[in-house]
Design a protein around this ligand. Structure first.
Ligand code: PHB
Length: 393
């Protein structure tokens, strides 16, 4: 993995330090660990980025603000969920800010930019949301770890749950980009395997929220149910538009659980009864989840959601890795080994890292009730992504 570019970058940095009289051993034990946060702070996914940062900071603050005994310095870039700027923004953190670890991001398209930079530079990358398959399949890498999900993981548990309710003809609606297309892959597989038929796939480009024409088409098609992938503010708007179009109560609405995360206040009664599958739920009845929710609400004056949990778990993973090497992140073999073998004691439930660096985790069936994502069952136990084509080089 040590690429030529990385070696050049390192030596250039050393020459720079020498000329200013500041030559220290590389990654000196005493120096601060440089953490880069590349997340959306504006646009449709702004609230997702904030929740991830909150969760990450919370995990580190529980360690007295240190990683493996070393202080931390944060560097932040707003990626705007803009794929065209992905490489440039990641490069800023790696080349200009010289981060030891890059935490990011939310949007699968932007992730592909980070992924290229991570693979070329060898910098440690923790993915706290974006589910793009290739990052932990065909282009998996020793220095890239995902703490969230692969895009088809939540929906792989959705199809059987819908058929069990007697809904055998469904329409699928999504944003047309990697996250939605790959979520469809999981839905299609699980729904058809359970005996369901997908009567139509509908879509619109990210981040559009003009749902009207699509909802008119749903009304005409009269399926047994609708399944979808939307997230952030668009999720709230989709559920409100669905109700306003007169479909709520007539055609049950299902989704990948992101639909109802972080937006239940905004969606109001339109969200009631919406059923989804996801690797988290507000109502997980464990002391671990309850303590997390209480502490998060106290610190940030808002309720946590799946994004906060994913950020928190990225912090927990980093803590385990850094502690194993006593803060010496340059000991990559030992650092990655510790991260690969970690069990994360998460608010979502304990999870482990697959060989391709993606969580092996339970997927819950949830229903919205009184502004809460209530957990009503486990839709899939210890679900792993296939990791197809992953060869750790
Ligand atoms: C993604 O682009 O991978 C993505 C974005 C938001 C979500 C889930 C996945 O809630």
């Amino acid at each position: 993995m040590t690429s030529r570019r990385l070696v050049l970058t390192r030596s250039a940095a050393l020459i720079g330090a020498a000329s200013t009289g500041l030559l220290l051993p590389a990654r000196a034990q005493g120096a601060k660990i440089r953490v880069g946060l590349m997340l959306p702070y504006t646009g449709t996914f702004a609230q997702l980025g904030v929740a991830i940062e909150n969760g990450f900071r919370m995990a580190i603050d529980e360690q007295g603000g240190k990683l493996g005994g070393r202080e931390i310095e944060y560097f932040k870039v707003d990626d705007e969920s803009e794929p065209a700027k992905g490489i440039e923004n990641a490069t800023k953190l790696v080349q200009r800010d010289k981060v030891d670890v890059l935490v990011g991001t939310v949007h699968s398209g932007v992730q592909m930019g980070i992924h290229k930079v991570a693979r070329d530079s060898g910098v440690l990358n923790l993915i706290p949301n974006a589910g793009v398959h290739i990052a932990t399949r065909g282009q998996c890498a020793p220095n890239v770890f995902r703490t969230s999900f692969s895009n088809s993981q939540p929906t792989r548990a959705l199809g059987a749950a819908m058929v069990a309710k007697g809904h055998k003809r469904a329409v699928w609606i999504t944003w047309k980009y990697a996250a939605g297309d790959e979520a469809f892959e999981g839905f299609k597989e699980s729904y058809t395997a359970a005996g369901g038929t997908i009567v139509k796939e509908l879509g619109l480009p990210f981040p559009n929220v003009e749902f009207q024409a699509l909802l008119t088409e749903v009304a005409a098609l009269k399926p047994d149910a609708v399944a979808c992938f939307f997230a952030g503010g668009a999720g709230a708007k989709f559920m409100k538009d669905y109700a306003a179009a007169g479909l709520k109560g007539k055609i049950p609405l299902y989704g990948s659980g992101f639909l109802t995360e972080g937006v239940l206040d905004a969606a109001g009664p339109a969200a009631d009864g919406v059923m989804t599958t996801l690797h988290y739920g507000d109502g997980i009845e464990t002391p671990r989840n309850k303590a997390f929710r209480l502490a998060y609400a106290k610190t940030f004056k808002m309720q946590p959601d799946v994004y906060a949990v994913q950020g928190y778990d990225s912090g927990l993973l980093m803590v385990q890795g850094a502690n194993a090497v006593k803060g010496d992140l340059s000991n990559k073999a030992a650092l990655y080994k510790a991260m690969e073998s970690a069990t994360i004691d998460s608010p979502r439930g304990k999870w482990t890292m697959s060989k391709s660096h993606n969580p092996v985790q339970d997927i819950y069936l949830r229903v919205v009730e009184n502004k809460e994502n209530k957990v009503i069952g486990v839709a899939a136990k210890a679900l792993a992504d296939s990791g197809a084509g992953c060869k750790m080089g």
